[in-house]
Design a protein around this ligand. Structure first.
Ligand code: NAD
Length: 455
């Protein structure tokens, strides 16, 4: 059945309808409108999936997609135009261009943690670039997957865009087919499965993965503001954010003050019992809940620790006196647990981070410009912030994605258009002049070739 849908999409792609600027703009506008009309249904779905508040649902899901659509509606005419570039002296006389064309049919596979945004953001890029799409949202957020399916099937013919609901089995079936492009967001483990399947067909593949993202708080950090921004960035979505600070590396001279401030903001944001807060989501499923519950009792509890098996609630939790060898430092936490490690020299913290897989995100809190630059230039990571958390994810002008183990390829804004496009380099020649230098016999031409290539 999936093969038939793919064949229908390939046929529709060949009709060249998606190459038209007007067509792309119209489809994007329809999606924008549908997001407004379906707002209440999306809020309901996200609440049912993991008790996400309407505020976070709007701010971190719907608004992100709408922002991406707005950016691409405005910039699409420019992005689609061929760009004239300089011609090399070897091709003189000539004009050279870069044309962009869609890949064809793209498979987009999403995770559950921002189940709407992380499926629709790439969709918007794929549509803007003129592709047909099969979307596979996560089965772990079934209400949101159903809303996405409803929105898409009401707006578009399935030979253009369609949704497949299901889990690993359905994804494996899709991956066995020959797509023109694959865009995957999810875990490193499944990312490897997807990459292997893509390699079998030599399909271009983008991987948006995860990992442990460090957050460094240096001795000259503004402790109040750092604590406030860290608590927000870590515990939004109950810590189930790919770019959330996974752990804190705090300068030992300020650790006590910082811990006190983190506690203060936890109470400010979620009250004395976060289980009663309407703003704090639940863990997505039993499996993740059990995994996280195992991590709560490590080091010394500095905040939280409460778990409720019936509602899959884990309180915002801070673990003090953690070392690199503790189990909580092995894998990405992906939940509301924040381990705290300390350092005495920034250089040592940098070496410790460099000895581990390159992170998806990194955050540095500190006021000294030199140290800020040091962290940016001496560590390789996908992206991040200085004196804040998460915000780089929200701008269409900032590319988002990992490096090394945390992923391959960047998107958002013009980069979303780029990852779903083939850039075609064209040298355009006339036929009146035909310089004979390149043609054999070469005798006596080498010195002239060297001279001309120096120009
Ligand atoms: P996941 O890898 O378990 O699932 C992602 C998708 O793969 C789902 O649609 C799922 O149905 C499918 N899938 C699961 N098992 C499969 C298998 N064996 N074969 C084929 N397909 C399979 O990830 P998740 O739990 O949904 O999401 C959490 C992970 O995603 C975290 O590691 C997080 O860091 C990462 N993530 C990354 C980003 C980013 O932008 N880089 C964003 C969100 C989440």
């Amino acid at each position: 059945m999936f093969a038939e849908v793919l064949a229908a999409q390939k046929l529709f792609f060949q009709s060249r309808s998606t190459l038209d600027l007007r067509f792309r703009l119209d489809q994007l506008k329809k999606l924008y409108k549908a997001l407004e009309i379906s707002e209440a249904a999306i809020f309901d779905a996200l609440r049912l999936d993991f008790k996400k508040s309407a505020f976070e649902s709007y701010g971190t899901e719907i608004a992100q997609v709408k922002g991406e659509i707005k950016y691409l509606l405005k910039n699409l005419p420019r992005l689609m135009k061929p760009v004239r570039v300089k011609s090399g002296v070897a091709s003189w006389p000539a004009k050279s261009y870069v044309y962009v064309e869609p890949y064809g049919v793209s498979l987009i596979i999403g995770p559950w943690n921002y189940p709407l945004m992380l499926v629709l953001m790439p969709l918007v890029g794929a549509m803007a670039a003129g592709n047909c799409v099969i979307l596979k949202p996560s089965e772990l957020a079934p209400h949101t997957a159903a809303v996405i399916n409803k929105i898409v099937s009401e707006l578009y013919d399935q030979s253009y865009i369609t949704v497949v609901e299901g889990g690993a089995e359905e994804t494996q079936s899709l991956l066995s087919l020959q797509f023109d492009h694959i865009f995957f967001t999810g875990s490193v483990k499944v990312g490897k499965i997807v990459y292997e399947a893509a390699a079998k067909n030599l399909t271009p593949c983008i991987l948006e993965l995860g990992g442990k993202s460090p957050c460094i708080v240096d001795e000259k950090a503004d402790i109040e503001i750092s604590a406030r921004r860290i608590v927000w960035g870590k515990f939004v979505n109950a810590g189930q954010t790919c770019v959330a600070p996974d752990y804190l590396l705090v300068h030992k001279s300020i650790k006590r003050q910082l811990l006190a401030c983190l506690n203060k903001y936890l109470v400010d944001f979620y009250g004395n019992d976060a289980q009663k807060s309407p703003d704090f989501p639940r863990i997505i499923n039993e499996k993740n809940y059990r995994r996280l519950k195992e991590l709560v009792h490590q080091g010394q509890l500095a905040a939280g620790g409460k778990c409720d098996d019936d509602t899959l609630f884990i309180a915002p939790t801070i673990l003090n006196n953690i070392s690199w060898d503790d189990p909580v430092m092995e894998d990405e936490i992906f939940g509301p647990i924040l381990p705290v490690l300390e350092f005495d020299e920034l250089d040592k913290a940098i070496v410790a981070i460099r000895n581990r897989p390159r992170p998806l995100a990194l955050y540095y809190f500190g006021s000294e410009k030199k140290k800020q630059q040091k962290v940016i230039s001496e560590l390789s990571y996908g992206g991040g912030c200085i004196n804040d958390t998460l915000l780089h994810f929200g701008s269409p002008n900032v590319p988002v994605g990992g490096v090394g183990q945390s992923g391959i390829g960047k998107y958002h804004g013009k980069d979303s258009f780029a990852v779903f496009s083939n850039r075609k380099g064209i040298v355009q020649k006339g036929t009146r002049i035909d310089v004979s230098l390149r043609y054999p016999p070469y005798e006596g031409k080498l010195n002239f070739l060297k001279w001309i290539l120096k120009l």
